[in-house]
Design a protein around this ligand. Structure first.
Ligand code: SF4
Length: 148
């Protein structure tokens, strides 16, 4: 990661997951990467981020990724996922909608934080996260202003 010129590509739902990250994840590589990016962004509100709905580096360090598809436990029903490749993509698309983010556009990290602060409401947790396995064991409720 070049901290000056290279934007970091992050899939949309991981923008939200990063907020509640507390050292847990799908593999040691995944956790190490989340920790590194989390610390970097926390200290660099001016960092540039490309927001996507495709697998990002977090996904590529996750054992559930098969090609371009997340084979992990779906967080949403089959009918909600519809023709999309997986539940992760549905989550991404819902984050685009709620945060009013343009797919593949470059944002400054501080802009993303402002959008989360201004747009994300408690009611959006079920809509975006569904039955995500990390709901109970992370700080994600705080991101949606549901907890402490
Ligand atoms: S509950 Fe799951 S999908 Fe929602 S922010 Fe937390 S880790 Fe991400």
């Amino acid at each position: 990661m070049n901290p000056v010129s290279e934007p970091i590509t992050i899939r949309a739902h991981n923008l939200i997951c990063l907020q509640g990250f507390e050292g847990k994840g799908y593999s040691p590589e995944f956790i190490e990467l989340m920790d590194r990016i989390h610390r970097y962004l926390s200290n660099n509100r001016g960092a540039r981020v490309i927001v996507t709905n495709r697998p990002d580096n977090f996904c590529h360090s996750c054992p559930h990724l098969d090609g371009e598809t997340c084979m992990g436990m779906p967080s949403h029903s089959r009918s909600e996922i519809g023709d999309l490749p997986d539940s992760a993509t549905l989550m991404d698309n819902r984050v685009f909608e709620i945060l009013e983010i343009t797919p593949e556009a470059v944002y400054v990290w501080g802009e993303i934080l402002n959008k989360i602060e201004q747009n994300l409401l408690p009611v959006h947790m079920d809509y975006i996260c569904g039955t995500c396995e990390w709901r109970e064991s992370s700080h994600c409720e705080r991101t949606f202003r549901l907890g402490g």
